[in-house]
Design a protein around this ligand. Structure first.
Ligand code: SPV
Ligand code: MG
Length: 431
């Protein structure tokens, strides 16, 4: 009997999947691959049910003879092992970004005369309602909040991009690219104090108040499902910070990062060009431990950010603080640097990892931007944050458009580089 293979990366079996199985049955024995969590989050969304449950779901479909695990998006391994006569899939993979997967399968099948069967994708009200419901579920606080801890376990490095509005949230949520023979997307979002303030035309000095920062979170959560790391600046007074933690938990934020500075906070990238004061170890530790006590969920993370390298206090000071903050209850450490050379970050990570194998390390490579994600991961980094690149790319583009409209006394000359009106009006999904 011929072998027909299909791969499922879904939390719910709906009529679209059953249609594929029914078609597949016409060609031979049906084998279903269930995509692993690790692979699923690279191009689709985070699973809302466990891998085990997804396996069971596939096993229970009438007409499925065997269920196997597919642990990579691309089919190389699975096709080499199974040598299916046919691979069957919805025809939605004829378009990017899924087309790269279809191309991969086509190339592999061509080597021995296997064939692809494209089944018309089932678009109907019921299927799109199921799809919407899964998304809605992922955006709910109790699902979103715990996802950062899950990602740290699943990913070599959690890729995080800055967002400061619904629109930038949509970019973080929806951008999927074909890269290095695979598909990729961001894992999480960073609500940067710098970009949240800049978007409001304000300096990054804790001037934009928490009510306004929470409003930004709310704008982002309304249109996204990915987990959020909130830039909490210094956390302010401990008596205030405890309330911030409770609110963030309630909103479904996964983590807050607070930096060990006191008094008027200025952006770290000014370094020692401006006056900034580092907090005492004792005081900052007490802020961490007090907040950990009021935290209600096990999911939420309080991450301590060390400014010793920024303020040129030396590596030993940074490491001493890291140890103390972890002991005080910090769920992670962020180490920051404004040097172009990543050497001091790498040195910190290696030394910290030599004595602490598990506490997550976060870095923000705005200045030391030559180091790659895999190099960071090799030095024990768990979360990388691209903290301001979206804002820094948008501003010059908008400014140039404004200049050109003034220059030409009309908008025709700028039109070619603009998003089409049709695209922008259909960018936002309607309920
Ligand atoms: C931010 O994005 O606001 C940060 C990172 O705190 S940095 O600007 O590098 O200090
Ligand atoms: Mg900041």
């Amino acid at each position: 009997m011929k072998k027909v293979y299909t791969c499922f990366c879904t939390d719910v079996i709906h009529e679209g999947h059953l249609n594929i199985i029914n078609e597949a049955k016409k060609y031979g024995e049906v084998i279903v691959g269930v995509l692993s969590d690790e692979a699923m989050i690279r191009f689709n969304r985070f699973p809302t049910v466990s891998f085990q449950e997804r396996l069971e779901m596939a096993k229970n479909i009438d007409g499925v003879s065997r269920v196997i695990i597919q642990d990579e998006i691309m089919y190389d391994k699975v096709i080499a092992e199974l040598k299916p006569d046919y691979v069957i899939h919805g025809d939605n993979w004829q378009k990017a970004p899924l087309k790269s997967i279809r191309d991969n399968v086509e190339g592999l099948l061509n080597t021995y005369g296997g064939e692809i069967i494209d089944v018309p994708y089932t678009f109907n009200e019921n299927v799109s309602l199921i799809d919407k419901k899964i998304k809605e579920k992922l955006s709910m606080p109790e699902y979103r909040r715990k996802r950062l801890r899950q990602l740290i376990k699943l990913r070599d490095i959690v890729k995080t991009i800055e967002v400061h509005s619904g629109l930038t949230g949509l970019i973080a949520e929806k951008t999927v690219v074909e890269n290095d023979g695979g598909l990729d997307q961001f894992d999480a979002m960073w609500i940067s104090s710098l970009c949240d303030s800049t978007a409001k035309g304000k300096p990054d000095i804790e001037l934009v108040d928490m009510t306004s920062r929470f409003r930004t979170i709310s704008d982002v959560t309304e249109v996204t499902t990915k987990p959020i790391i909130f830039d909490g600046d210094t956390g302010g007074k401990t008596e205030h910070f405890v309330y911030t933690v409770r609110t963030l938990e309630r909103m479904g934020v996964s983590a807050v990062i607070i930096e060990d500075k006191i008094g008027l906070k200025k952006n770290s990238l000014f370094g020692t060009d401006v006056e900034q004061t580092q907090d005492s170890i004792e005081h900052f530790c007490s802020k961490i431990s007090t907040a950990k006590k009021v935290q209600l969920t096990d999911d939420f993370m309080i991450i301590a950010r060390i400014e010793s390298l920024i303020l040129e206090k030396g590596m030993e000071d940074a490491l001493t603080r890291a140890r103390a903050y972890v002991k005080a209850g910090a769920d992670g450490i962020m180490i920051h640097s404004r040097k172009k050379d990543p050497a001091e970050i790498v040195e910190f990570c290696d030394k910290f990892r030599a004595e602490d194998k598990t506490t997550p390390i976060v870095v923000v490579p705005s200045s030391f931007n030559t180091i790659t994600e895999s190099e960071l991961a090799q030095h024990g980094v768990n979360i990388v944050i691209y903290a301001n690149q979206l804002t820094r790319s948008a501003f010059p583009a908008m400014e140039q458009t404004a200049r050109d409209i003034l220059k030409y006394h009309r908008a025709k000359e700028v039109d070619d580089r603009l998003m089409k009106i049709k695209e922008i009006i259909s960018l936002i999904d309607e309920l």
